[in-house]
Design a protein around this ligand. Structure first.
Ligand SMILES: Nc1ncnc2c1ncn2[C@@H]1O[C@H](COP(=O)(O)OP(=O)(O)OP(=O)(O)O)[C@@H](O)[C@H]1O
Length: 548
């Protein structure tokens, strides 16, 4: 823990020192900055040339020694014999001609430093492969003492990862390679790995060269990308997009306080907001922390509850939708297809423990019953649950096995990781994620394969903006019915956001096809109403015969 803090502090110090140095040199405005930049460029290229040349000479040390000795010898003989004429050109030309491959090597490094470094790394990996494979137990010792190892047929480079294509040997299965993958990763001093089966007997082993995934801020969602079958929610370690399947899955998001559960939640709600606006997806939300998380995007939700009795109402409503669907889908389809008028229902729960562990006994019991029904029957019927929780212990997430997809953000201990991920923990050590990397998580899919990823960050302003543009066709009313203080806050926030963007508050901009907000002419303020004259009192209605 202290080591962790020290590492983060050191990292921060190095970052600030580099930033200061950069600002004082290459980052300076005007000519002095330009001069620094040119000087830095030349110094780097010279360094890369020297490096390339030195590497070549070290690799051909005997040959280099021989050329240098002959050149010096030639020059020495001419000097000792005191012969007239030029004594330098001949020996120098000889050295240049024979060392020209090294000079080309140096030039290659100076002209394309990145390509050069990548190729050099690849060569090292290939050269070390027989020893690494034998040490990691996937070699086969022959009677003569020779060790045969699986073939390494190709090396590929992706951003942040080196990919090794490995072929099994006769008598081996892909499982043998899978089991050796952690040892191979450590031996090559990589930060992690993932595996992909290319075809029977061939595996791509992806070795990650970066320990951390840089953070990114989410942008406005697009309708084309708002698909529940592969929603883009962040980045992977190799720099690609991280996708989450929402349809046909229940997802459990677990993370210590400040781990970034909000990013996971809004990546789904915000990402699917355009689909909710068109009516293909319908969000229901439970936030028993008094709506602190969901209120900002309330207009995206069709049902919402901020206290336990209301939560049961929402769960019951979803239960009855599920029962109706059972009737209509029976014998026709086994996985619900979202359509207009028959949307995919996504139930989003912020802090599941508030409902399942900290409510009164009766509420807990009823919530447990309703949730069990939704979790066991809902996914095929187009009702998916996304539950967020801090504490993965039994009393809070007794139904954790009913969530086929799990997202483990930073957790406090390996015990918690084990509780959430079970056997996948070995490949997804969520307790090792740094506090300095909120939003970073292991996504463990239905098949148990884990992937380290980082959710995009959803700032409050973006959530408000999305709520303003993509309100659900029938957005949830304030849970209490009347305009509460939080309602008023939400309205103010919307109005403020709308004023800033120059849009009206009635979602007409959101309904425009390209979703671009067009400023409107401000309306003339209304003249105050004239006070009404008091009504003349009506005569009391005559009593009916029955009343008498
Ligand atoms: N994806 C992200 N990238 C960068 N920073 C993030 C990301 N997600 C969250 N953060 C930062 O971490 C802080 C805490 O995030 P968040 O509130 O989502 O955590 P949480 O897990 O919901 O915490 P709690 O359970 O206490 O509510 C945010 O205020 C933000 O500054």
């Amino acid at each position: 823990m202290d080591l962790d803090r020290l590492r983060v502090a050191l990292h921060a110090r190095v970052k600030t020192t580099r930033a200061r140095l950069g600002a004082a040199t290459v980052g300076r405005p005007g000519w002095s900055g330009k001069t620094w930049r040119v000087a830095a460029w030349i110094t780097y290229r010279v360094w890369m040339f020297t490096r390339g040349l030195t590497v070549w000479m070290a690799k051909h040390a005997l040959f280099t020694l021989a050329v240098v000795t002959v050149s010096f010898g030639w020059w020495g003989i001419l000097t000792l014999a005191d012969l007239p004429g030029d004594r330098i050109t001949g020996p120098v030309l000889l050295a240049l001609v024979f060392l020209s491959p090294g000079l080309f090597h140096g030039l290659w490094a100076a002209i394309t430093p990145h390509g050069y470094l990548v190729r050099m790394h690849g060569r090292k990996v290939v050269a070390a492969w027989p020893k690494v494979a034998a040490a990691c137990g996937i070699g086969d010792r022959q009677p003569g003492g020779e060790v045969l190892v699986p073939k390494l047929s190709k090396i590929r480079y992706e951003t942040g990862a080196t990919v090794l294509r490995i072929h099994t040997m006769p008598g081996q299965t892909l499982d043998t390679l899978h089991r050796a993958a952690p040892a191979i990763t450590t031996t090559y001093k990589a930060h992690g790995f993932s595996t992909t089966t290319v075809k029977p007997g061939v595996l791509d082993l992806r070795l990650f060269t970066a320990a951390r995934i840089p953070g990114a801020v989410a942008g406005l969602p697009l309708l084309e990308a708002a698909t529940p079958d592969g929603l883009i929610v962040g980045r992977t370690r190799s720099g690609g997009v991280a996708q989450l399947v929402v349809r046909g899955r229940h997802t459990l998001v677990v993370g210590a306080t400040g781990a970034g559960k909000g990013s996971a939640l809004w990546s789904v709600v915000g990402g699917l907001a355009p689909a909710a606006h068109t009516g293909l997806v319908e969000f229901s939300g439970l936030d028993l922390k008094g709506g602190i998380e969901l209120e900002m995007g309330r207009s995206l939700f069709t049902r919402i509850a901020y206290e336990s009795t209301d939560s049961l109402r929402v769960l019951r409503e979803l239960g009855s939708i599920m029962n109706q669907r059972k009737e209509t889908m029976r014998g026709k389809s086994r996985l619900h297809e979202p359509r207009l008028g028959d949307p995919l229902h996504v139930l989003v729960i912020d802090e599941l423990a508030d409902l399942m562990a900290y409510s009164d006994f009766e509420t807990r019991r009823e919530a447990d019953r309703l949730m069990s029904k939704l979790l066991t029957q809902g996914r095929a019927l187009g009702i998916c649950v996304l539950s967020c929780v801090q504490n993965p212990r039994q009393e809070a997430v007794g139904q954790r096995n009913l969530y086929p997809q799990k997202i483990a953000l930073r957790l406090d201990s390996d015990i918690e990781t084990d509780m959430v991920l079970g056997p996948a923990m070995a490949l997804a050590p969520a307790h090792t994620i740094l506090k300095a990397d909120p939003g970073t998580a292991y996504l463990v899919r239905e098949d148990g394969s884990p992937e380290l990823m980082r959710f995009d960050y959803w700032p409050d302003d973006l959530i408000r903006d999305v709520a303003l543009r993509f309100a659900a066709p029938r957005p949830a009313r304030a849970p209490s019915g009347a305009l509460s203080a939080s309602d008023a806050d939400a309205v103010n926030a919307w109005t403020a956001a709308a004023t800033r963007r120059g849009v009206s508050n009635d979602n007409t901009a959101a309904k425009s096809e390209d979703n671009t907000a067009t400023p409107r002419k401000p309306r003339k303020p209304r003249a105050p109403r004239k006070p009404r004259a008091p009504r003349a009192s009506r005569p009391a209605p005559a009593a009916s015969a029955e009343e008498v």
